[in-house]
Design a protein around this ligand. Structure first.
Ligand SMILES: C[S@@+](CC[C@H](N)C(=O)[O-])C[C@H]1O[C@@H](n2cnc3c(N)ncnc32)[C@H](O)[C@@H]1O
Length: 243
């Protein structure tokens, strides 16, 4: 699917009127800054804090601008990360920058002999991965995790996801209105964002996959993990997979 095929409703109209569609939402200078400001409203830090112990070596998949990475590091945790988007990495504190590798989850085994007690995937990031990529990650992670290692992440509650469909939201960032919405199409969740950065404005899209407990239980059984639902909060399910 071309990025322009992933625009709907008012966002499609903006595109037809000449708004610029960026290639990669997370690797765009403007939208990474918008994300960096918006993500501070995500209320999951205490949940992750409660589930990781301080003596664990942690790997965060998709650190983004470092919201969780900086928080846990400042709390004294030994956190490393992976993040493919260079624009996101610009927000990482230079003191810790060497601990974030610029790679995607697809090549996580390039971390070679490194070992982690806990791999975290906060902020519903797992939805960015198609199921084949996620399953390859489960396979690769068995080598990256220590003996009792675990994977902790959150995903949109599948019983709530319908409510995200076509519901237009607006936030103010640096005095400008930023509009966004999600659209359910062909069992995927397509995120659209628009800001009037100039005369025509700027658009970003991101394709997401809808994860369910049923799917995750089956995938865990297939790749030898135990699955435990920890909590449902803010319409997100927090789960712990153990090797
Ligand atoms: C929703 S943000 C989450 C950022 C951060 N973890 C947080 O909690 O705020 C998702 C991040 O995943 C990154 N990402 C996208 N594709 C990825 C991939 N294939 N592997 C790893 N990270 C990826 C994006 O660039 C983005 O920074």
């Amino acid at each position: 699917m071309q990025p322009s095929d992933m625009l709907f409703g008012t966002f499609r109209n903006k595109y037809d009127q000449g708004a610029l569609l960026v290639k990669d939402f997370y690797d765009d200078a403007y939208f990474s800054d918008v994300y960096n400001q918006m993500c501070e409203t995500i209320n999951d830090k205490d949940q992750y804090l409660a589930m990781i112990s301080r003596d664990q070596k942690v790997l965060e998949i998709g650190t983004g601008s470092g919201r969780m990475f900086h928080f846990l590091t400042d709390e004294g945790y030994d956190v490393s990360g992976v993040e493919p988007a260079g624009e996101m990495l610009k927000f990482i504190n230079p003191l810790y920058r060497h601990k974030v590798y610029q790679i995607g989850i697809e090549v996580i085994n390039s971390l070679g002999m490194m070992q982690f007690d806990c791999i975290i995937i906060p902020a519903t990031t797992v939805s960015l991965f198609d199921f084949a990529t996620f399953e390859q990650f489960l396979k690769d992670a068995t080598n990256l995790l220590t003996e009792n290692g675990e994977i902790i992440f959150d995903f949109w509650d599948e019983n709530y996801v319908d409510k995200l469909d076509d519901s237009l939201q607006k936030v103010k960032i640096d005095g400008k209105s930023v509009f966004y919405s999600n659209f359910i199409r062909d069992e995927q969740l397509i995120f659209n964002m628009y800001t009037k950065t100039d005369e025509k404005g700027k658009l970003g899209v991101s394709k997401k996959y809808i994860y369910t407990e049923k799917y995750l239980r089956e995938a865990c059984a297939k790749y030898g993990y135990s699955y435990a639902l920890q909590e449902v909060k803010d319409h997100c399910k927090m789960v712990r997979l153990a090797k």
